[in-house]
Write a protein that binds this ligand. Structure first.
Ligand code: NAD
Ligand code: UFG
Length: 337
């Protein structure tokens, strides 16, 4: 079928995608510098898929590392996850984000160009819809950003568009993820953030397992049914399957496409807490706190383009997402070691 280079393949979404690519019959080479993941993830991917993975510990910002991978393996296409992703940290350390996310992507694309590899699927984000559009978001809406992390996604999408204009044989799909949560059904792969989580479900998981005391609900005065923020949560396995569809598409089509990966439905913070309480069988202590700067009231996808282009749609509901998150949390009290 083909050999896929997965940059950032040891990370949360990348590891789940490796499993789905292997299941679909692709061969997988992971390139990751392990700045936010563990090498043990690779063995877990192999265990689930029952197939080997080639792992190369390297940095996409390093031209020599990229050169080594592309000369060692005959890569047919790239799924590009590698990057930093914490919004708050990007405000404090913008150059680190621009260097790693944008600089790394350019270095990777240069190596691809040199080795005549012309297909890439990129991890973009719903954050590119900024503050001025109204949900449901469609891919033709204008993009913008409110922080350096968001600008890296807007800018990398633009770079991919430009590369496709310059080379009519190039194929690039930017997948705009909504809010990926959950974990692999086996309990072997999941989200394992360092320190205090920034995101809702990893935070709730730490409260449920007794590592943090109480969830702060960031505002209950939004213009939403219960006053708390509404997001389009998507099971990470559904998201991973969307990448296989995008690779299949990129194998057969040329040019640039941006495609939303979401369920098309929103859940409020309080609805997520309720679903998690049901999954773990205990109450999640919570208190209302002021709004978090930069948060919007409502974000959810118009998911119709992914269905039209790929025949893909998300399957899992919020209860299943919370059950799988809790299963991973219970089975990995010290994270992935
Ligand atoms: P993650 O941190 O778990 O995975 C990213 C991986 O990339 C890590 O394993 C890290 O070690 C690696 N990495 C970082 N910089 C690298 C570099 N220079 N060279 C090689 N490897 C490097 O994050 P994730 O949640 O799996 O996210 C994957 C991608 O999806 C990111 O680009 C992120 O911005 C994007 N995204 C994530 C979300 C989300 O909510 N998780 C939402 C939208 C978009
Ligand atoms: N929330 C809380 N308490 C918390 C954490 C979050 O109430 O401790 C609320 C937020 O206010 C928001 C919702 O839970 O209403 C979801 O917040 P997350 O931080 O989990 O997700 P965001 O939608 O804010 O952020 C996600 C990605 C970012 C991306 C952003 C915009 O994590 O990378 O979407 O698309 F930039």
């Amino acid at each position: 079928m083909g050999k896929i280079l997965v940059t950032g393949g040891a990370g949360f979404i990348g590891s789940h995608t490796c499993v789905e690519l292997l299941d679909a019959g692709y061969e997988v080479v992971v390139m990751d510098n392990l700045s936010n993941s563990k090498e043990a993830v690779i063995q877990r991917i192999e265990k689930i898929a029952g197939k080997p993975v080639d792992f190369f510990k390297g940095d996409i910002c390093c031209a020599e590392d990229c050169e080594t991978v592309f000369s060692q393996f005959a890569i047919d296409a790239v799924v590009h996850f590698a990057g930093y992703k914490a919004v708050g940290e990007s405000v404090e350390k913008p150059l680190m984000y621009y260097n790693n996310n944008i600089g790394g992507s350019v270095t990777l694309l240069e190596a691809m160009q040199k080795h005549n590899c012309k297909r890439i699927v990129f991890s973009s984000s719903a954050t590119v819809y900024g503050m001025n559009n109204e949900a449901p978001y469609t891919e033709d809406m204008p993009t913008s950003a409110t922080n350096p992390y968001g600008y890296t996604k807007v800018m990398i999408e633009q770079i991919l568009r430009d590369v496709c204009v310059s080379d009519g044989d190039f194929s690039a799909v930017a997948l705009r993820y909504f809010n990926p949560i959950g974990a692999h059904k086996s309990g072997l792969l999941g989200e394992d953030p360092n320190g205090i989580p920034n995101n809702l479900v990893p935070y709730i998981a730490k409260v449920a397992s007794g590592k943090l005391e109480c969830l702060g609900v960031f505002g209950d005065d939004y213009d939403t049914p219960d006053g708390t923020g509404v997001r389009d949560y998507i099971h990470v396995t559904d998201l991973a399957k969307g990448h296989v569809c995008a690779i299949d598409y990129a194998m057969k089509n040329k040019g640039f496409e941006a495609v939303n990966l979401g369920t098309g439905n929103g859940s409020s913070v309080l609805q997520v807490v309720e679903a998690y309480e049901k999954a773990c069988g205990k109450a999640i202590p919570k208190k209302i706190t002021p709004r978090r700067a930069g948060d919007i009231a409502v974000s959810y996808a118009d998911a119709s383009k992914a269905l039209e282009l790929f025949g893909w749609s998300a399957k899992a509901d919020i209860n299943e997402m919370c059950e799988d998150s809790w299963n991973f949390t219970k089975l990995n009290p010290a994270g992935i070691i």
